[in-house]
Every structure is written in C-alpha cells, then in structure tokens.
Design a binder for this molecule. Structure first.
Ligand SMILES: [Zn+2]
Ligand SMILES: [Zn+2]
Length: 278
C-alpha cells in the first residue's frame, strides 16, 4: 500500500492512499490541478482514483470537492451530517455516498473504516484504510484522542496524526483569545504535547511510519513538532519508527507499506523526501 500526503495544513488538505489497483483521496482541500500534478509527480496513477473520503466540511478539506469528484468522476463519501453541511455551503455534490462512523465499507480492494473524531463541525470522522495486509489511519482536526481514534491508530502500520500547535506558542502568540480557546478545546486541534502523549499508547502496535500532519504555521514549527514526536517515541522505546513531516506546499511520500516496503526515507531539517524503489 502507498500513502502520500499531497498537502496538509489550514490552507488545504489531501491525502492519497492506494493499494496498487485502487486509490482513494482523503479530503479535497486543494485544487484538482494540484492534486493531479502532485500525484503524478510522485508516480501515482490518477486513473486508479475511486472515491474521495471526506473527513468534515471545513473549507481546508472540501474546497475542491466539486471539481475533484467531477474531474475524476468519483463519489464523495461522507457522513450524513457532513454531506448536509457541504450541501448548504457548496451546493449538492454529484455521486454522494453516505458513510457512518463504526461501519466499514469496501472500495475496490480497500476496506475503509470511518471513526468518530471530536471537532467543531457537523459529524466529523477520521479514516482507517486497509488492503488486507497493512493499514493506514488518518486522524487530524481533533480536539482530543477519543477511544475510537486510539483503537484505529493503535492498529495502523502508518499513522497520519495531527501535530497542530505547540501549546506555549499558541498561548503566547497573536491569535485572539476566542480563537485560542477554540483551538485548545476538546473540539479543536491536537497539540504537539497531546499527540506525543498518545504515541506512548502506540508503542506495542504495528506502527512503522508516523506522519506529523496539519502543522500550524503560526503556532508551531516543523522542527518543534519533529523533536516532540521523536522524543516521545524514544521514551516509548520506538525510536525505530520513521517520522515524516506533512507540509502545506509540497507533497510527502509516497510511503510504501507491506509488499511495497522497500522504501528509502531521507529526513532533512526542512522536510522529508521519501521514495519507493518499486
Ligand atoms: Zn483542517
Ligand atoms: Zn477542521
């Protein structure tokens, strides 16, 4: 299985997951042109795209949902609450599929498991996707790590987890108080510190790759997120886990799992280049 974070952050999100014959896109918050260019640049086959899995209706996750579903002629999968919220804001999306947290469904040879997350919107979910051999779980835009989130990321080989902000940077920064409160709330965003605490509970799981995602440009730095994650993994006895940074303006990956796992990951201070050898 291959995972590529095409874009991640408050200006737009899109994550590619493919089995080799079927691909899904988790969120469409950047233009369809950028999605095509980024995917093709990483050697991913856009003809395999079979669905867009929508986490929630915030514009950084759905701004290009209409153009992307039309361009690739694929359905938009979202919870009933998310579909209703999107309909109100963007108009009805063609080919919509309603999904439910806790109810698995198949797309081609991928098994998709939506799970509930806590965020300030209608009916948000994260997604776990498996090809039967390996699992990737995507959990961003969440105020707390609830039991369903812990359950799913604890069984994933690749975990894409929100490292949104450094708590001190957010508190000391220039955001208005109401916004700071919203971000810190149980329906806001996960801090470096909260995400790092969670890594300890993943220590006995199959995780081999961790992608730090939805990193704030105002209230965090990639180096701080990376250092916090690495420190937590080291303390958990899991310094073997590959840690990658998802970025707003350039793609990360593809990360290759299972049979595709002959990959090389090079981590630099400015980001990560990872490439599959096949
Ligand atoms: Zn977001
Ligand atoms: Zn959001």
């Amino acid at each position: 299985m291959k995972v590529a974070v095409l874009a991640s952050g408050s200006s737009g999100n899109a994550i590619w997951v493919s089995s080799g014959s079927t691909a899904v896109l988790i969120d469409a918050g950047v233009s369809s042109r950028r999605i095509s260019q980024a995917a093709e640049g990483l050697g991913l086959d856009t003809a395999q795209l079979s669905a867009v899995l929508v986490t929630h209706e915030h514009s950084d996750h759905v701004s290009s949902l209409g153009p992307v579903t039309r361009k690739f002629d694929v359905p938009a999968c979202a919870t009933a609450g998310t579909h209703a919220a999107i309909d109100r804001r963007l108009g009805k999306c063609p080919g919509r599929t309603v999904v439910e947290a806790g109810t698995d469904f198949e797309i081609g040879d991928l098994l998709v498991s939506p799970f509930a997350i806590s965020h300030d919107c209608a009916e948000p979910v994260g997604y776990s996707v498996s090809d039967g051999r390996t699992v990737v779980a995507v959990a961003t835009d969440l105020g707390v790590v609830s039991h369903p989130v812990r359950h799913r990321i604890g069984r994933a080989d690749c975990v894409v987890l929100e490292f949104n902000h450094d708590e001190k940077m957010l508190l000391d920064g220039g955001y208005p108080w109401f916004l700071k409160q919203r971000i810190m709330s149980n329906e806001g965003h996960l801090s470096n510190e909260a995400a790092a605490r969670e890594l300890v509970s993943l220590r006995d799981g199959p995780m081999s790759a961790l992608v730090l995602a939805h990193i704030s440009r105002e209230n965090n730095t990639p180096d701080l997120a990376l250092a916090t994650a690495r420190d937590a993994l080291e303390r958990a006895g899991r310094a073997d886990v590959d840690v990658l940074l998802a970025e707003q303006d350039r793609p990360t990956g593809p990360i290759c799992l299972g049979l595709d796992a002959q990959s090389t990951n090079v981590i630099t201070s400015t980001g990560v280049q990872a490439s599959c050898t096949r």
